[in-house]
Design a protein. Sequence first.
Length: 142
Amino acid sequence: MFSKIFLSSDHGGFELKEKVKNFLINNNIHLEDLGCKSLEPVDYPDYAKILSKRLKKENKSIGILFCGTGIGISMAANRFSHVRAALCTSVEMASKSRKHNDANVLVLGGRILEEKLALEIVNEFLYTNFEAGRHSLRVDKI
């Protein structure tokens, strides 16, 4: 299991990040919010980098990134060799990203997902384990 969850977003994902943060706090999950702190425009690559650096220092942790669609921030995060960021728009995608890909970063689109579905995706991501086996060989190639 993970030791901590890091959250990070640009302005387009800020509101969903705040909702997910409250959900995690209400479920007594240890987290650290790395920003952004408002709807003021910021650049998503900067916030992907902040989270990626923290994951490298605390490798037993996982992350959740947010931007408007999730596309840009997932592309930025996956530039880092230790990050396996999965943009998920369904519970099934969250499940497979963990079971088959050992994703360590969940990415959500703040302007794409309704809160209820986003929280279901987060819950699935947090409580699904990597199946390893044949999947380990593939993940090792990434």
